[in-house]
Design a binder for this molecule. Structure first.
Ligand SMILES: [Zn+2]
Length: 439
């Protein structure tokens, strides 16, 4: 492994670019400037821009054969997670340390170390006069605290790209790489139910007056899953997993094991067996909180106000507006006579789905397999990633992969990157960029 590259990584890791910490704002900007300097030193153009108060690095290393070549957007983030609890770190979080084959330090795996692989791939191909695509870097410094600015930037960006390459993911396990081809969206609601003018004495009115908590329970029951299945109206638009995705699930740890490791109990008899279908390819509704009445003091009250927070993880293919309207209708249909319900949409973000048959994805899969020796599994993520729908809306196929490992401790003390993946990661990124030249 090149000691120059390690020295570079050490330098970048040493900048404590914790985006969640207001006191580190200048460090986040400094970590961005570091990237700007590297892109410029490679013969490219780059600058750090202020995007509605957030730092973005926008840069480009031009194709060796001229600008008419295809353009590949490389995304990564130069901010990192906070490091506390500090006492659980076995070495200084902002000092790169190599130990037992691992590179330790905050940001080694998430995401500086992985972004450096993309940078090194682009600049070394450029140096060899063999870069067949324009590599456009668009990187943010707020991924760990939301990541909305990159999605807004892409929506407003007129330049576009022929593909996007992202190294910010983990393998399934050692030497089992994956492409994340879908993410779920999220629609978050606040509910307020009123069943009368004032709270009442349950001895005088109980049994005759409408109780808000009863009415809320009855209303919510209409949208909860029955035997693991949500009402048909909430399943509208779901794109089922492809045969290759279904095959990939067999390589993942069993749902039973995943749930047990978290001390979780299956929601119903089929939940463990259908774990990946339920968490990645289906919408999921969760009541996040309920408030009302007197759950602590022993009061003989008949409450007339109840509130709840409720959210739906939207499956790939679904639309937040359509599902939100369906939810509201189901709730109102189930609402007992006399009760009033208001449903407020607090936030929404779209799911993302990559077109697996896009030539860019096929080229990248083949290049990855040829370089690394394993074809990446096509998997869906149950979480929400704003950049995925933003790319989808622009028709840019997203190659979302990476060389982190489940034991890489991202977001935890002792974050680490398997040092043995630095060279193969760069080689694979070079192979993908080279292959995308055929677009
Ligand atoms: Zn990350």
């Amino acid at each position: 492994m090149s000691s120059e590259l390690l020295a570079e990584l050490a330098e970048w890791i040493a900048i404590p670019s914790v985006s969640a910490d207001q006191a580190r704002t200048a460090d986040v900007e400094r970590a961005g400037d570091w990237l700007v300097d590297k892109i410029r030193a490679a013969g490219g153009e780059a600058e750090r821009i202020d995007w509605q108060g957030q730092p973005l690095v926008v840069g480009e290393i031009a194709a060796s054969g001229g600008r008419e070549a295809p353009t590949v957007l490389c995304y990564g983030h130069f901010d990192v997670q906070a490091v506390d609890p500090l006492e659980l770190w076995e070495s200084e979080p902002f000092t790169l340390v190599e130990h037992d084959g691992w590179l330790y330090g905050r940001g080694t795996a998430d995401d500086k170390g992985q972004l450096l692989m993309l940078l090194e791939a682009a600049r070394s191909l450029s140096r060899e006069n063999a870069l067949p695509v324009n590599v456009r870097f668009v990187c943010d410094g707020e991924e760990e605290v939301g990541g909305a600015s990159i999605a807004e930037f892409l929506a407003a960006d007129e330049r576009g790209a022929d593909a996007c390459l992202i190294f910010d993911m983990s393998m399934i396990e050692r030497d089992v790489p994956a492409f994340t081809i879908a993410t779920r969206g999220l629609a978050y609601f606040h509910l307020e139910l009123v069943s009368g003018e004032r709270d009442l004495h349950s001895g005088v009115y109980g049994g005759a007056a409408l109780n808000a908590l009863h009415a809320l329970s009855e209303t919510l029951a209409a949208v909860l899953p029955a035997a693991g299945r949500l009402p048909e109206q909430l399943l509208a638009g779901v794109v089922p997993p492809s045969a290759e995705e279904q095959a990939a699930v067999t390589a993942l740890p069993s749902g039973e094991r995943v749930l047990a490791e978290q001390g979780a109990r299956p929601a119903d008899a089929s939940a463990a067996a259908e774990f990946y279908l339920r968490t990645c390819a289906q919408p999921a509704l969760d009541v996040n909180g309920i408030e009302g009445g007197s759950p602590h003091l022993q009061k003989t009250v008949l409450p007339v106000r109840a509130t709840a927070n409720l959210s739906i993880r939207l499956a790939p293919g679904q639309d937040a507006v359509v599902i939100g309207a369906a939810l509201e209708q189901l709730l109102h249909e189930a609402l007992p006579a006399g009760a009033e319900l208001s449903v407020q949409l607090l936030s929404a973000s779209a799911p993302g789905l990559v077109d697996q048959s896009a030539p860019a994805i096929e080229l990248a899969l083949a290049a990855f397999e040829q370089s690394f020796g394993r074809r990446p599994l096509l998997i869906r993520s149950g979480g929400t990633m704003p950049i995925m729908p933003a790319l989808q809306a622009k028709g840019i196929p997203a190659i979302v992969t990476g060389f982190d490992l489940p034991e890489g401790n991202i977001h935890s003390p002792n974050e680490r990157l398997w040092a043995g993946y630095l060279e193969p990661g760069i080689a694979t990124a070079k192979a993908i960029l080279s292959a995308l030249g055929k677009l």
